[in-house]
Design a protein around this ligand. Structure first.
Ligand SMILES: [Zn+2]
Length: 261
């Protein structure tokens, strides 16, 4: 038996619990005997995580949900193995995550980044159920609200529990956001909408999928949103931009015969 390290009431995060960095954040939410996991991380840490959970005196048979915030390999590579160890848990995620994991899409999930010689296993899995905006996840006497927050990727979900928002890869403590990449289905206007929704909400704490939880800070969100707004009109993220004013200026200069000076 080991003590439970609750970072917030009813919330344990497995890197904090293990007191070492295992990978992405793996949140265990519980109420009474019932518990669930938000993301599971890479396959090679699944056994260690589930053993820690057992040692914290959670009955493995009481895991209700294994949630995929989205289908990126660093969040869900271990999902198939976790489902084998926790067969009664319902595997759930956005319909787009369901499709990517069923088809084993290696590009959108980042299992394959050939230009960087990255090629890792992506065990395919058919999620038990698709969830989406407006759904609620019942857990004991509590309930988590499902938010669809696309931007980093189309299937990104966040989960609200009282004053906490499990915000996945929307924003981190340093104001960075989940990476923006056309091959990953990133959408900057959608990202700005998701961040604006988080900003306008009355949640108090953000629990991201990488790095530490932190207090929601509207000034920080404003600065992140302004940065992404700039990206919409810059070449930096290629086809993820909505326009590039320099080319309009150049077209006009070419038409008027203005030469470099
Ligand atoms: Zn991530």
């Amino acid at each position: 038996m080991i003590d439970r390290t609750e970072i917030f009431p009813n919330v344990i995060e497995m890197n904090y619990q293990a007191r070492k960095r295992l990978g992405c954040c793996v949140y265990l939410v519980f109420d009474g005997p019932d518990w669930m996991l938000i993301d599971i991380g890479y396959e090679d840490t699944v056994a260690e995580i589930i053993e820690l959970i057992r040692q914290m005196d959670f009955a493995l048979a009481n895991c209700k949900y294994l949630v995929a915030t989205h289908a990126d390999v660093d969040h869900i590579q271990g999902l198939k193995k976790a489902k084998e160890l926790l067969p009664q848990a319902e595997t759930i995620g956005h319909p787009e995550s369901l499709r990517l994991l069923k088809e084993g899409d290696r590009i959108v999930t980042y299992a394959e980044i050939s230009a960087q010689d990255i090629s890792i296993d992506l065990p395919t899995i058919s999620l038990d159920r698709a969830i989406n905006e407006g759904d609620q996840l019942a857990l004991g006497s509590k309930s988590l609200d499902v938010w669809h927050t696309p931007g980093h990727t189309e299937g990104m979900l966040s989960f609200r529990l009282g004053n906490l928002l499990f915000c996945a890869d929307n924003i981190y403590r340093d104001g960075c956001v989940g990476n923006i990449d056309a091959h990953h289905g990133s959408d900057i206007p959608a990202f700005i909408e998701s961040l604006t929704r988080i900003r306008e909400s009355d949640v108090e704490w953000l629990l991201p999928s990488h790095g530490p939880p932190f207090r929601k800070d509207n000034a920080q969100l404003d600065s992140t949103i302004a940065r992404l707004d700039g990206y919409q009109h810059m070449a930096d993220f290629g086809t993820c931009a909505v326009d590039w004013p320099l080319l309009d200026e150049w077209e006009d200069e070419v038409a008027r015969g203005v030469l470099p000076k």
